[in-house]
Design a binder for this molecule. Structure first.
Ligand code: GLP
Length: 254
């Protein structure tokens, strides 16, 4: 695990975008795993800027998003399909046929999970997976008590997640109770992983991910067992990490 602590949210996005851009320069046909939420927005903004200014080329890139709410059509402004179009895809030259998200409207979620896993495998697997983290240390929508061996599957959201995500809705009662998410195994199979977090409210989850016990109670802790993870966090999200770790890991000022 490498740790990059930045001075600001914008710097966090820049560091993450540099890694994504580097991946695409090295392998133009890369398969990216992508995340939604407020955390990666500054990374997407930066990638769009790099596309516009120096022509970072997404024409051969394929993307797989982590998750989608169940019961939400792609046209729904609160769906993750919509989020990705608005924040990223419509600003770059990615081909629509190379963009994949789990189908939250599928009738059979078991079959949908299997279809999604096969698609990822058929594309050669994920080269670089981008992750945010929930306050309860969830990744994707893999909530505490997760089964580490799970692949893409239907999940029931925790009350804490429903409350946290209610800021995107009129109130908590509108937040879907279920989602379809890549599983921990799907995430762990990615070649490279970057985990992003910003803000004090993520400090505990970041601590659990980086220095806590590896336990299904803190799903992100499994990343300690992945061979290539970069954790990129702003200084507020890093505030519970012991300073001894700062010396061992890379720390960059913005
Ligand atoms: C959401 C998503 C995750 C995301 C996390 C944090 O529920 N399913 O993929 O990383 O929660 O969201 P945010 O970045 O808005 O804090």
């Amino acid at each position: 695990m490498r740790l990059v602590i930045t001075d600001s949210y914008e710097q966090m996005g820049l560091e993450a975008a540099n890694i994504v851009a580097g991946q695409i320069y090295l392998k133009p046909g890369s398969v990216l795993g992508l995340a939604t939420g407020s955390t990666p927005v500054s990374m997407y903004e930066r990638l769009v800027a790099v596309h516009r200014t120096v022509g970072l080329d997404f024409s051969e890139v394929t993307t797989f998003n982590l998750d989608e709410y169940i019961g939400m059509s792609p046209e729904n402004p609160q769906s993750y399909h919509y989020f990705m179009q608005e924040n990223f895809f419509r600003h770059i030259n990615i081909k629509p046929e190379n963009v994949f998200l789990p189908d939250g409207m599928a009738e059979d979620m078991i079959a949908e999970g299997q279809r999604y896993e096969k698609l990822i495998a058929d594309k050669g697997g994920v080269d670089l997976q981008v992750l945010g983290i929930g306050q309860n240390a969830h990744i994707g929508f893999n909530e505490p008590d997760v089964k580490f061996a799970a692949t893409t599957h239907k999940v029931e959201l925790d009350e804490e997640t429903i409350q946290a995500n209610s800021r995107f809705f009129r109130d908590a009662s509108e937040v879907p109770r279920y989602a379809i998410s890549m599983g921990i195994k799907t995430i762990m199979m990615a070649e490279h992983v970057i985990l992003l977090a910003n803000g004090k409210n993520k400090a505990k989850a970041v601590y659990q991910a980086v220095c806590g016990d590896v336990t299904p109670e803190a799903p992100a802790s499994i990343l300690q067992l992945h061979r290539d993870v970069a954790v990129i966090v702003d200084k507020e999200a890093a505030e519970l990490l012991p300073s001894s770790i700062h010396g061992v890991y890379i720390s960059r000022k913005g």
